[in-house]
Write a protein that binds this ligand. Structure first.
Ligand SMILES: [Zn+2]
Ligand SMILES: [Zn+2]
Ligand SMILES: [Zn+2]
Length: 340
């Protein structure tokens, strides 16, 4: 077995962050496989029929078919253990402590919701049919639109923690939505990067990434008419995959029904292929979209980042902030593409 090339640093064109690609021969995909996680239980408070055990329903989405096993297919509730609590008419955003105090604090304001993605006790998105995943994405879009219309928050993000290593604390299939009064740091980094690219090159950086994919298909994973999936050049983790619309679109909540359908199909297919490649691996996915009030900043381009948790953040990552990826995205993409 020949020794692989020396570690390489790759630049994320959007954020300006460098990622170390160390395609180490010791890190082979099969080493990622964990034993199939046992189900913790077969019923829980997220299951249909136990609605009174959760916080009240914020929104619910019925299954179109008449023979549905329950009144809802997707249900949204507030997080019982929120990291953010809603701003009320009485609450004032007061900062405690002056500029020189090492003990400054302020209320953690925001909206923290849980999107329960199946009425029966399912654990993985790939256990749903594509039609059921579509309903999940319709719920995402609907909550995003509603919170945007209410106008209380600046920004929203939806994410899924799948598997214990990805931070999942309840096994019943769900995602979380967080709406915040400010734009959080990761989004700020991407927005600023996209703004900088626009100022320098007069085009959207994500549209530019898509143009590059058209010329070089080595990181291409899959596509539909409207949506493309690929492994980013500066993948931060092994088998990182991004999905985004081919045509420029800043806001996730403005997706058409067709785009939503195609996104659901593509993400379902890719998660299936990741499971086949890596075994039952924990992952996060995150939907990044423009802030609600986008006056003068439609240079952003919504996307979904799928981040498999094949490794752990260790001392080097915590100590330096440098991320190390051991699988070249070209190799990951080839593997995922070949399974189509
Ligand atoms: Zn359950
Ligand atoms: Zn764009
Ligand atoms: Zn992003």
């Amino acid at each position: 077995v020949p020794l692989n090339s020396a570690p390489e640093q790759r630049l994320d064109l959007v954020t300006g962050q460098w990622v170390v690609l160390a395609a180490d021969r010791l890190h082979r995909p099969q080493e990622f496989q964990d034993p199939v996680p046992q189900a913790w239980t077969d019923s829980c408070a997220f299951c249909a029929g136990r609605e009174d055990e959760t916080t009240p329903t914020v929104a619910s989405y019925p299954r179109p078919a008449a023979h549905a096993p329950s009144a809802w297919q997707v249900r949204v509730v507030s997080n019982l253990y929120p990291a953010f609590t809603p701003r009320t008419a009485q609450s004032t955003r007061s900062v405690v402590g002056g500029e020189l105090d090492g003990t400054r604090s302020q209320p953690s304001e925001g909206q923290h919701e849980v999107i329960i993605e199946s009425p029966t006790h399912r654990r993985f998105l790939t256990e749903l049919t594509v039609a059921e995943v579509e309903l999940v994405f319709e719920a995402y879009r609907d909550r995003w639109c509603t919170i945007g219309r209410e106008g209380r928050y600046a920004y929203a993000v939806i994410f899924k923690n799948s598997g214990r290593d990805a931070g999942m604390s309840r096994e019943h299939l769900h995602s979380q939505l967080v709406a915040l009064p400010h734009v959080p740091p990761v989004a700020r980094l991407e927005l600023d990067g996209a703004q900088r690219f626009l100022a320098q090159h007069r085009m959207c950086v994500y549209c530019h990434l898509y143009d590059e994919l058209l010329g070089d298909d080595s990181r291409w994973v899959g596509q539909t008419d409207e949506i493309v999936a690929f492994c980013p050049y500066a993948s931060r983790v092994a088998y990182e995959v991004w999905l985004m619309p081919k045509r420029h679109q800043a806001h996730f909540e403005q997706t058409s029904d067709a785009q939503l359908r195609e996104t659901s199909l593509l993400i379902w297919q890719i998660l299936r292929r990741l499971e086949t490649c890596l075994g039952p691996t924990a992952y996060n996915y995150v939907i990044h979209s423009n802030p609600f009030d986008s006056t003068g900043q439609d240079h952003y381009h919504w996307h979904i980042e799928i981040l498999p948790r094949t490794g752990r953040l260790a001392g080097l990552e915590w100590g330096t902030g440098v991320l190390i990826n051991t699988v070249p995205p070209e190799a990951a993409a080839r593997q995922l593409r070949d399974m189509a």
